[in-house]
Design a protein around this ligand. Sequence first.
Ligand code: BES
Ligand code: MN
Ligand code: ZN
Length: 505
Amino acid sequence: MQVQIETTPIDKLDVDAAAVICFEEEKASVGTAVAPPQHVDPEIANQSGWMAELRASGEFTGKLYETSILHRPQGVAAKRVVVIGGGKRGKFSAVEARRVGGSLVRALKSKGVKSIALLLEASESEHAGAVIEGALLGGWEPDALKTDAKKNENQIQQFTAVLSEAAAYPIEKTAQRAEIVAEAQNLARNLINQPANLLNPAALAAAAESVAHEANLQYELLDREAMKQLGMGALLGVAQGSANEPFLIVMKYRPGREEGGNHLALVGKGVTFDTGGISIKPADGMEKMRYDMAGAAAVIGAMRAIGQLKPAIPITGYVPSVENMVSGNAQRPGDIVTSLSGKTIEILNTDAEGRLILADAITYAIRNGATHIVDAATLTGAIGIALGHHNAGAFTNNQDLLDRVMKAAKEAGEKVWQLPMDDEYKDYLKSAFADLPNVGGRPAGSITAAWFLREFAEPAPWVHLDIASTAWLDDAKPWMSKGPTGVGLRTFVQLAQDWVPTIVQ
Ligand code: BES
Ligand code: MN
Ligand code: ZN
């Protein structure tokens, strides 16, 4: 899909569909003083009355993402006008704007439409980048492995955000950034969507390597032997049950000019399949555990966008990647492993594997100069019990860093909610035989998992995003297909771009 932002008047654009956003509360004026969006000539629209008629019919209420298609309404050059609901005007933010872009693409692609222009009023024009991102994300389908010859026929080829007046920002740069970020997110979604027989840790590393080449990043790979030499017993304990070799993938972005001495590490859980190990998961739904590398994909995709957008601070992506399998070599409950940090860990449940591989990756990141750490991981089922599928959980040992991450998430249109990390929760992690156990029992499962990671991050400022319940959609939304969402990536990229390099913690 080709994307752009234009200030050309709509009647000069030759598109299959011109779209306008209409809001809910404006329903009150049905049939009388309905002000049509200013970029569709109000005079003509009023005269012909198609807008008012549509409202009066009750077919269109302005509810979020609802669409109505009109053919050749008077006064408009385009073959179709698509009216899309914006919900309540006062609640319309970048989140809704992105979803409007996605919903439009998804509503129109099955209808033979190839080009769309979405007209933005002055008050909406700040969201031009968001609607473009949404359009690109909405166009993505998890069908890479379907052989249907017709699957590509329905794609939208061109999406234009049209501004009703001159923008106060560089429109070309905005469109470019939106494209870089959304394409990175779709790359992440493609990685997540690959089944575990096709994407094992070696394949994930190969994908990261080609991203590193494309985006001018340095790339390093630690294999089993290298990790053994270093003493990454926590990661290797998880990996030992699999016939597939584990890797620690390292991707380095270094800006031309370094300032402030900050060095951000992005760490992503890369479990290419999680059977649970000897503490095996139930069969029902286990096939979904191929998305247990969604944190890794977010980091790899973010590193690509970072390489292209060139923020001011050095950033290194760390992706510990293993397969958590059951075999004669698999680690057992009761095993005690020594992590890279030197801390010993009693494995009480082999299904709590993510924190084990992240622990060694975090220690490694710190030893390699990270001053700030943000990780994303499909870490606990419990986060979905706490927050449902709408917010990722956020945890920290440093409120300043979390505030920055939350601000970035908000700007990027990703929902994140902070959970508490009082010292009391740490007491759930007690082992009689090792320094700490890998699970803390049933209460507050997401918090004790975060506390486990914190023990390895301390004293570096660290934020953990638990994306287990937001990285995968079980059902399609109007703006996005079923399957991988690529959550976390946009927050990472925004955080990197917003970073004030001179602030040293
Ligand atoms: N990968 C899972 C977490 C998960 C669950 C991700 C559901 C996506 C959807 C993780 O490795 C895991 O198994 N966690 C356990 C922890 C428990 C053993 C303390 C869990 O959540 O059940
Ligand atoms: Mn697990
Ligand atoms: Zn897992």
